[in-house]
Design a protein around this ligand. Sequence first.
Ligand SMILES: [Zn+2]
Length: 426
Amino acid sequence: MIMQAVILAGGKGTRLGDLTKDIPKPLIPIAGRPILEHLILLLKKNGITDIIVCSGHLHEQILDFCGDGKAWGVSIRHSIESTPLGTAGPIIEARELLDDDFFVLNGDVFVDMKLPPLMEFHQNNRALATLVVHPSDHPADSDVVLMDNDSRIMRLFHKPGRDVGSDVCSAGLCVLNKKAVALFPKGTVMTLEKELISRAIDAGQVYGYSTAEYLKDMGTPERLRSVARYCENKARGIAWILDRDGVINEELSTSKIVHLLDASQFRLIPRAGEAIKLLNDAGFFVVVASNQPAVAKNLCTEEDVHSVNSRMEKELARYGARIDAIYICPHHPEQGHPEANDPKYRKDCECRKPKPGMFLQAARDLGIDLSLSTAVGDKTSDILAGKNAGCKTILVRTGYAGEDKKYPVQPDQTAQDLYEAVIHHA
Ligand SMILES: [Zn+2]
């Protein structure tokens, strides 16, 4: 199935001042290429090759730039508004070109997310519209949504200017069903969230797709700079590779070895969520690399470890934070545990820290440059693994705080906790 996307590229970008006087907002360069090209490349990466670009203000430049899309190996068709029609009007104008379900991207929202799961969510719900939603740090001038427990959007507040009891906002990307626009004649002047989607909400057929993936509106010069930083860091492949227990979540004990085996015992260390969100927003990969020898000791299964990790991801999502990849080492070299587990776990592996195997795997999987990356841990094995991988190392004073003293190794930096490490060294 070929998926389709509409890119709204007609905005005037008045909040960006002189930047958008002679150049349409979607053509402002970010990290070497216009936002519009970033969006086209994102669509292509997600297998979406049927693209409709709606333009108006300075549309000649948009047409010149995109052409028919062959330069990127996609198909681009153009729809041009002769008079401003609002944000939904151009979609109505392009109605003959539309599939049953299609993505709608904004020419001024930078996106780095996986799109097929969003389409699947939309179609499973048989929704008229599905808005991507996330916690926002500026809800007052965003579109705030209230959702029920089934992710159905019950209300939408357009730039409420006050606290409406939610900081979950529309992120500026949605999927629409053609029926949502079929009601309106061409030439209709209409805004997307405030009018078109609000009507679909009244019909009870709009859902919110929550994600901690990166979507950033670039409406102000400050947000534009922050997106540029994100792109530059992503392109350089800079990662923060974090130990789990004692860095992200509390150790159950540091006086004797107590393994965290049960997701209900998982407690985030204060401000760890905020710290990881800062790393996400700055464009750093966030990787977790964790020794989990309890598997080899037959105290739990790999599935148990995964369920603790899922709990971690859920807790972090409440802060809008996410982990790009999680690696665990389930092995342990010691023989002689009478209750010994499957022999495949009893070995001197390459992944158990202080060996750098998990770091090297992450570098291969994500395109990380380890020499630009930072390892954070609370044990000397974490610090030594970071050094063995060629990373900068930070010891945090949470968890074991380096008091395990198993390996004689000095970290490059120390920090009170993960948050302080990020604030001072990211
Ligand atoms: Zn291992």
